[in-house]
Design a protein around this ligand. Structure first.
Ligand code: SAH
Length: 213
């Protein structure tokens, strides 16, 4: 039997703090959210290892460090409205909700959407609103968003997401012209000016849709 609390402590210390993530709200969320409940029970014992994991339908939950890094660069503060594209297991959304965000999350695969929605209800994560749709179109009715996080890799930053980002706002997305290998890009909007910053190499599953692959 694993002790999930101890496993999380170790995960945060060895995988996340050791690589330079220091935002206390991120570290606290990573210590608190039970990652093993976001994967199939047969894989639960491996949930705190330093790697991505399969979640079915050919999709993966990101490595813990990548979840922490993306959450940190977003600079999420309590009460912020956040849009996530690629709900997957729901783990990243749960981390953002634990940080006090009001999370809107969009998934295009029906089975993953229903599983995640049930998880949010079972775990009483009422500040997460899930939607089944093509997330490259955003969720215009609920915009603007203080923060946007895309957890699948596409050929470019989808224009609808840029349009739905508040000013000031921050958006993080893996972008690359080869599939399965991308640059993690941080987009900031301030006083009408949009700037991009390269945060390094990552490997995400495909962002599929009107403004994706
Ligand atoms: N954030 C997730 C990991 C997501 S894996 C977690 O914490 O578990 C990437 C997810 O993005 C997959 O579930 C995939 O189906 C979804 N996806 C890909 N393209 C999408 C699109 N256009 N709209 C919504 N979801 C999309």
């Amino acid at each position: 039997m694993i002790d999930p609390r101890r496993s999380r402590e170790r995960m945060v210390k060895d995988q996340i703090e050791a690589r330079g993530v220091s935002d206390p709200a991120v570290l606290e969320a990573m210590r608190a959210v039970p990652r093993h409940k976001f994967v199939e029970s047969a894989l639960a014992a491996k949930a705190y290892s330093d790697s991505p994991m399969p979640i079915g339908e050919g999709q993966t939950i990101s490595q813990p460090y990548i979840v922490a890094l993306m959450s940190e660069v977003l600079q999420v503060r309590p009460g912020m409205k956040v849009l996530e594209i690629g709900t997957g297991s729901g783990y990243q959304a749960a981390i953002l909700a634990h940080m006090g965000a009001e999370v809107h999350t969009v998934e295009r695969i029906r089975k993953l959407f229903f599983t995640a929605r049930k998880r949010f209800a079972d775990m009483r994560l009422f500040s997460i609103r899930p939607k089944l749709d093509d997330g490259t179109l955003g969720w215009p009715e609920e915009s603007p968003y203080d923060r946007i996080i895309v957890t699948a890799g596409g050929p470019q930053v989808p224009q609808p997401l840029l349009d739905q980002l508040a000013d000031p706002g921050r958006l993080v997305i893996p972008v690359g012209d080869s599939r399965r290998r991308q640059r993690l890009v941080l987009v900031t909007k301030q006083d009408g000016k949009v700037e991009e910053q390269d945060l390094g190499d990552v490997a995400f599953v495909d962002l599929v849709g009107s403004h994706g692959w």
